[in-house]
Design a binder for this molecule. Structure first.
Ligand SMILES: CC(C)(COP(=O)(O)OP(=O)(O)OC[C@H]1O[C@@H](n2cnc3c(N)ncnc32)[C@H](O)[C@@H]1OP(=O)(O)O)[C@@H](O)C(=O)NCCC(=O)NCCS
Length: 137
């Protein structure tokens, strides 16, 4: 298994992974749009995990000069519980830290609360915040 920054040759594999794991419910989650937008802004914060050149995992980061954010952590279902997500998280954390970022945030959809165990193992804790969002389309 290899983890490295996204390259153009990963496009079909990454879109297939995201389409399987994050079915688009709205335009801001559409895999193709998400990928095109990320490639325009900080594309070096998009990492993939590969086995034999096949994309089997992903993580996307963001850093706006104040906080770092984690998005799109995903691992192909047959390959879960082998530490691949943890390795992706270590990679993006080190990359964002190297930019001078002091604090990482991430959001978990309430119905997906089983992944909280993973993030707690990686040093994240649930914070007393109310998450708000606004669609710009
Ligand atoms: C969440 C996800 C990325 C985890 O990938 P993974 O490669 O299986 O994670 P890891 O193997 O690194 O897990 C490390 C540890 O986290 C915990 N963990 C991971 N997945 C878990 C689950 N579904 N339930 C409970 N604990 C879990 C376990 O403690 C695990 O260690 P263990 O296997 O020794 O018990 C994967 O399940 C996935 O793609 N899910 C769908 C997308 C998603 O929900 N992404 C997160 C959005 S916030």
């Amino acid at each position: 298994m290899e983890i490295r920054p996204y390259q153009d040759q990963d496009k079909a594999g990454l879109l297939a992974l995201w389409e399987e794991i994050f079915p688009a419910g709205s335009p801001h989650n559409d895999p193709q749009t998400s990928l095109e937008n990320k490639l325009r802004v900080d594309r070096d914060l998009l990492f993939v995990a590969l086995i034999d050149d096949v994309v089997i995992g992903s993580v996307m980061g963001g850093y706006d000069g104040h906080r770092g954010w984690i998005y799109s952590l995903a691992v192909s279902p047959p390959l879960r519980r082998q530490g691949i997500a943890s390795a992706l998280m270590h990679t993006i954390e080190e990359k964002i830290k190297s930019l001078g970022c002091l604090k990482l945030n991430l959001q978990v959809i309430a119905s997906n609360d089983k992944v909280i165990d993973l993030y707690e193992e990686l040093g994240f804790s649930v914070e007393d915040r109310i998450s708000m969002g606004k669609k710009l389309y």
